[in-house]
Each structure stands twice: as C-alpha cells, then as structure tokens.
Design a protein around this ligand. Structure first.
Ligand code: FEO
Ligand code: CA
Ligand code: CA
Length: 641
C-alpha cells in the first residue's frame, strides 16, 4: 500500500508497522504444552513440547507433485514459481484483463492517463483502485460483478504528490472516490469478458455514499455525530477487503483497516470509553497517511470523535437495485472484518463466519434466530441472532462462545461497537491474523487462512510475552503452534452433528505453510503436504468451488530470498480437501497480492483479482501499475470450478 524503503506494503502490513501494540509483563502467561492429537484423516498430529511446536503426518505427502505430475484431482499441470511482472497459468488455460483501475464504467469518464491516472471528476465514474473480494450475481440473465476496492496508494493514485501527503481537498476527494465498491455488468464477447459501459446496474459506492446503520448499535450515543444526531445514517464504507454473499442475493462487503482513515488536527478524545476503543482498534493522530482529516472534518477525530464508531462493520449491498441504500449490520460486530462466509443450518438458520485480521485477534460466528426461507422475509437474518467467538482447545476441540450481556458484562449495543473487548472478556483464542474463511459446499466444514504472526510466542526485550492490543497473550497454542510465524497456516473445523449451528466443533490444520528446502526438520518446514513444488507463504484469500477444490491466494513476502526462497511471486494454489494435496495454479506479477475470486454463472470463467502490482502491470512500461481483475478460462472452454 505504501512505500517503505521502496517496499510496497499491504494495508495489513502498514497497520502492523504504524500501530505497534502493547506488551504485557506477565511471565505466568507463558506456558509450555505437550500435545498429542488426532487429525480428521486418521493421521496423528504429533506435537512436541516447548514454544515452537508443529504437526507432522497430519496430511499425506504428495510425492507425485514433486515429480511434476498433476494429481488426479486437478485438471491441470501445476506451474513453477515465477518472479516476473506478469501472470502465469497452466498450459491449456489463458487469461485476459477484464477491468483495470481507471477503466470507465460510464462513457462520460475521462480516459485513463498512463502518467497522471484518474481525474477527480472521473474518480467515481471508473473502476476503483486495489481490487479485493468480489462476487458475481446473475440478475435476470445479466452477469453483475461486485468488486471491493480496498485502499489507495498515494504515489500511484496521486502521482503529482510524489512521496508527499495528499495536500488538498481535491486530492482527498479523489482517494475517497476511488475506494469502496464497484457494481458492474459484464459480458463475454468475441474478445473475452468486458465491462458493459453505461449499464443501468453500474454503480460506484465510495467513502461518501449514504449508508443505513442497523442492528443493536444503531442510534446509540456513541454513533451519534453533529451531522447525524440519529446515529443511524452514516456516509461511506471503508477499506473494503474480503467479500461475502447471502442466499438471498445480496453482497457483503467487509470493512477491515478502517482505523487508518482517521486522524486528528487537535487533541485526541480523552473520554474513557472512546479512548479505550481507540487504543484497541488503532486510531491515532495520523492514520495511514490518507490525510483525510486535514481537509474533511468528518475524519478529524479531535472534532468528530464518534465517526470511527460508524465503521468496521459488515455492509450489505443489493446489486440488483442501484438505488438501494447499503446497510451496515452492527449485529455482526465491529472489528477489522476480513470476509464473511455464509452457511445454512439444516433448519435454515443463517451462519456467517468472520475473521478479525490483526495479530492476536479473533474468529467469529453469527447465527440468526430465524430461518432463511427462499422468497421469504430476510430483513432480520443479519440483525436478530447471536454473535459468538471461537475458543480453540489444544485437544483439537473447540466451541463458539456467545457474546451475551451475561457473559461479557456489556449491553448488546456496546458488544456490537466494542466487539473485540467483549470477545476478550470470554477468553477467545488469540489467532495468527484470521484472513478469509471459506465454507466447503461439499462437506460440513469450513476453513480459515491464518496468514502469519511474526510476534506469536516472541518475547519482548524485557522478557514478556507479546499480546494483542487488548492485552491477551499471544503464546503459542495448538491452532497457532509456531512462534515467529512468518508462513501461516489454514485451520479447518467441523461442527458437531454436521450442523454449523452447533456450538462445539473439532478442528485440525489443513496445512502449515513452510519451506522444507531451507528449514528441513524444523517447525518451519511446514506440514507434509508442502514440498519444493508448491512453496508459498501467507495464505489470505480463499474460496471453495462447487467441486470442493480449495483455492488459496497469497499475500506474503515475494522476495524469493532467504526463508522465502523458492516461493516466488504471490500466487493462487488449488488444494484437495480430502488428500491434502496442494498445487500451484497461477502466479501474479511481482509486487502484487492475488486476492479475490469468483466465477461466471456458467462456471467456465474464473475472475481473479491482482492487487497493488509492483511492475507496470498490465499496460507495460510507461504506465502506472493498475490493479486489475482478470478472467481465466480453459482453452477448451470447459468448467473451471
Ligand atoms: Fe485486507 Fe486482511 O486483508
Ligand atoms: Ca486479505
Ligand atoms: Ca493479507
């Protein structure tokens, strides 16, 4: 996202760098564990004692893949790691660009300038910056793609300011309009997929779009501002990272690092509750260098201290109705929402699994009270129910603990606003940065990418265990078993009674990423399903297709050096949930993160997001780099998921 020593940082990494979290002085919290537990597939996950522990034998090895032969489950030959500035896919597949930052959604937009980018006048008329989560909806036979635009890069999106801060109201407005969400109709023609310019479905939702606030926090005093004394009508959705969808055809956009947009021209608020919330969520004087607060008072917390309480939610958008007002669902909690993965219980109740992507934060589950009935009333399904947080036991069991007033000592509205504090009250398990969660449509199970956590199990210079921002210790535990975890892992859980509404579950680790080439016989080699042919780090995006294949996207270190040697650029891999085999399918341009995946209605095209390319992708030398959505197809037009 930002240049630091010429290294582009993702929004997550920027937050980590700029919002250092406190360490507690509590030696008693440091414990050693000796574990032995069974994996789902009958293998024994042998775990040593001590601070750095790992599983072995959880998953079968994939020697056939190391030999370069495609596993029988996959319809392609895996590709090698790459370090160049473009995209690679297997033989028999092709890709083309569907949409780049700055491509017109409406014919009145000024054409993109390869040197100066997008004008403020056109910023809300074009495809936005830094594509992330996306979902496709078929509305009356028309293909409607909804895409998040997570953040902006000052040097890319405002080339005239160089290394400086946005320096005018116009600069700030340009950035505000380039983020949020795009709703656009797309069509497959003779030259591949393209945007239907001027479609009546086309819409940009940005940092100034009117929103309705729903759920237990709606109208609460902490959400009231001078401009909106009702506390129910906010402007804008922020840092739209991963995505989700509902069975009733709406899009869920997830507000992640919303804290970074706020700053202060004067003193930070000192009110106890507000200040405690700022500390837990990382709101300070300077934010992420967007500098909104210098030109737009709404983002200046010294004058508008409650505005940050109106961000950090799951937001529901109806792609079929361009006039609809997006709804912020406070019942699903306020935190750094990564994505939102739904499941249905056998009785029709709606489950939404969600992760809070920050070191040592938590995983959550929403469970509606009412059942979803196709064609029935859906208005309470994301506002009337129970929010729970995950506790993972080291014996490979776990449970969802309800965040109720009785359990937390907080009222329903406060739980919705300060969800992190409520979860800390019930002893939730600190996680290695929960990124995307995916529900398997072919089995009653779900997966979460725990992308990495460099501070897991690492002591401060003073000898204290590091904590999350709420003081919860990040000691190693069963589900986060490696100290200084720079590679990440994917946890899988299966609810009891094959029912996602059950509070109890069993879990295992589907994979621990690692590098057996440079770290053989250590915890950093990874699980047995990691081999020289499929090295990766920092799993992040994830979707499971209709055949049950797990598509894993990465947002990690692409230096291809040292502990990351052999991993190459960020990439997309395919995993078999049964055998554990993982193979590399796609590599992105260097500097980029591969994030966001969905399919055309006929499942003959997959749409893949390429965020913050470092090279001048895809237009080549002389052009600014342009975050893009690409369409990937088989040359024989067969199904791709
Ligand atoms: Fe925006 Fe945690 O990824
Ligand atoms: Ca992500
Ligand atoms: Ca990430």
């Amino acid at each position: 996202m930002k240049d630091v020593d010429n290294q582009k940082l993702s929004a997550d990494a920027w937050d980590e760098l700029n919002f250092p979290r406190p360490d507690v002085q509590d030696f008693d919290r440091v414990v050693e564990r000796a574990l032995s537990r069974r994996g789902f597939m009958g293998g024994v996950l042998a775990v040593g004692s001590g601070a750095a522990v790992m599983g072995t034998g959880l998953l079968k090895g994939t020697t056939a893949l190391a030999d370069g032969h495609a596993a029988s489950r996959f319809a392609f030959m895996p590709i090698a790691a790459q370090t160049d500035g473009t995209i690679h896919v297997p033989d028999g597949y092709s890709w083309n660009v569907l949409a780049r930052w700055g491509d017109p959604l409406f014919s009145d937009a000024t054409p993109f300038d390869p040197v100066t980018g997008v004008t403020v006048e056109s910023a809300s008329r074009v495809f936005g910056e830094n594509t992330d989560g996306m979902e496709l909806f078929n509305v009356g036979g028309r293909e409607i793609l909804v895409v998040n635009h997570e953040y902006t890069n000052n040097d890319v999106n405002l080339p005239h300011i160089g290394d400086g801060l946005p320096g005018s109201a116009e600069d700030v407005l340009t950035l505000q309009l380039l983020q949020g969400v795009t709703v656009m109709e797309i069509v497959e023609g003779a030259n591949g997929w393209e945007i239907v310019v001027d479609s009546p479905f086309n819409r940009r939702i940005d940092h100034n779009t009117p929103m309705q606030i729903a759920g237990p926090a709606a109208g609460h005093a902490l959400l009231q501002t001078e401009a909106d004394p009702t506390g129910t009508a906010s402007l804008g959705t922020f840092n739209n990272c991963g995505s989700g969808r509902t069975p009733w055809g709406t899009y869920l956009t997830c507000e992640e690092n919303f804290n970074g947009y706020f700053g202060a021209t004067g003193a930070l608020p000192t009110d106890g509750v507000v200040a405690a919330g700022y500390a837990r969520y990382g709101i300070n004087e300077s934010g992420f260098d967007y500098n909104y607060h210098s030109f737009d008072a709404r983002f200046d917390v010294s004058t508008t201290p409650h505005e940050p309480h109106r961000a950090g939610y799951i937001v529901e958008i109806d792609p079929a109705n361009p006039e609809s007002v997006p709804v912020k669902h406070t019942a699903l909690g306020r935190f750094k929402h990564e994505n939102a993965a739904y499941a249905l219980a056998p009785d029709g109740r709606v489950i939404v699994y969600m992760g809070d992507d920050e070191r040592g934060e938590f995983m959550y589950r929403w469970l509606s009270n009412a059942a979803y009935v196709p064609g029935g009333d859906t208005t309470t399904l994301l506002s009337d129910g129970t929010l729970s947080v995950a506790v993972f036991n080291d014996d490979m069991t776990g449970r969802w603990v309800a965040l109720t007033p009785e359990a937390t000592g907080m009222d329903a509205a406060t739980i919705a606003i300060f969800t992190r504090m409520a979860a800390s009250q019930v002893g939730a398990t600190t996680m290695d940065r929960p990124e995307w969660i995916a529900v398997n449509p072919t089995a009653v199970e779900a997966y979460c990418c725990l992308t990495n956590n460099s501070r897991r199990g690492v002591m401060t210079d003073a000898g204290a265990v590091r904590t999350n921002a709420g003081g919860d210790p990040m000691t190693v535990n069963g589900v986060n078993p490696r100290e200084a975890n720079n590679y990440g892992q994917i946890v899988r859980w299966r609810p009891m009674d094959d029912n996602h509404a059950s509070d109890a579950f069993e879990w295992d680790l589907y994979v621990m990423a690692g590098n057996p080439t440079v770290a053989a016989d250590t915890p950093y080699a990874g699980t047995a399903n990691i081999n020289a042919g499929n090295l990766f780090n920092s799993p992040d995006g994830m979707q499971i297709d209709n055949s049950g294949i797990i598509w894993i996207q990465t947002d990690g270190d692409d230096s291809n050096e040292g502990e990351f040697a052999g991993m190459g650029n960020n990439q997309m891999l395919a995993g078999d949930p049964v055998t554990g085999e993982i193979v590399r399918f796609l590599t992105g341009p260097n500097g980029s993160e591969v994030t966001g995946l969905t399919w055309s209605s006929d499942r003959r095209t997959m749409f893949v997001g390429i965020q913050h390319p470092g090279a001048p992708f895809p237009d080549g030398d002389g052009s600014l780099p342009r975050s893009s959505v690409v369409a990937v197809k088989r040359d024989d037009n067969a199904l791709v998921g």
